[in-house]
Design a protein around this ligand. Sequence first.
Ligand SMILES: [Zn+2]
Length: 398
Amino acid sequence: MLERLVGEARALVAGLDVDDLSGAAARELVAGFAELERLAVSGKLLATGRLVASGVGPGDDSFRDVDDWLASLSGTTVGAARAATKASVRVLDQPVVHAAVRSGMLSGPQTELVTNATAADPDAAPSLVDLAQSAGVKGLRSECDRVIAAAASREQEYATAERVHGQRSLRHTTTADGSGMIVMTGPSDRTALVMAALEPFERSIFDTNRKAGNPDHPDAVAFDALAELAKTSAASTPDAKRGGRPLATLNLHVSQAAYERGYTVPGEVCEIEGAGPIPVSTAYRLGSDAIIKALVTNGTDVARVVTLGRSIPAALRTAVETRDRVCVIEGCEVDRHLEIDHNVPYAQGGATSLENLDRLCHHHHGVKTRRDLRRLGPPGRQRLVDSVEYETAFIRAA
Ligand SMILES: [Zn+2]
């Protein structure tokens, strides 16, 4: 059956005449092939798990092992093939993920993330599979990191933190065409600190470029910002100005119970905004650091803070920042430079309350404001609708 299917798919692709296709027809084709791709990845994964379990190997001496063979077969690196093989073996013991893979709900990268996290905490499988249906790969990765970090024991956390710190490095290499590359690897609170230091520079470069009518890719803006930061730092007099004035602020989100206990359990967080989970032991070290704004949260008590003014009190701001770590628009994964938005604008009677406030990326905030739209949908999975649809939804619900 598979042989016939492959034959038909081959003939279909070979006979594809895209020049005459309308845009809409092309879009349909892309969606169809994407589903075929997911199903193919699922089938390959399930068969690979069985192949590895059977122990028969690739059946060709020129390949070192199944990973090597799979890499050659799929045109990927051996490292990527190894990750896929690992997922294929793990999924055999994970019924919930297994069922999702079988119905073509997960892509290859999603399966690798979900099986990894499920191996650390089996109870997380249903919610991760569910999240994979709406979040992008980046959002799913953050949640999987969170699950793994929360499931790790205190000893494991310390050991991991020590290894990461021990292997820290910053390397600068250049190539003949005149390009240089800096790769910084190490504890994420330190790398996040560098990224946070870029923010004021990024904002000003972004604004200048936009006024000049040629906005750059955010990665290019970050590059210019780091160069600008280095220039500024070099220009300041060494002794007088380096005396500890903080350049940036990192936001640390940590559940109060975890902070008191010393490690996290499932459902709790201890993470740096924009960088992901860190061990609670690292959080202690950061706590004495002036550049850290620690946001210790203990659940819902700020949920009732409502003020009559437009400005947002600190406790409420903290709650919103803690809750919305990425732009709340469904599918958007921006997690830096987030802006707090009144869903129903203050000028139109909207409250300054946890319920009416959300964080949006610069792009979505701009679209919403310019077109006077509203956010609608479950937390973290909202979409932008016009005010008529927004109000209708509430009348229906009432
Ligand atoms: Zn967004």
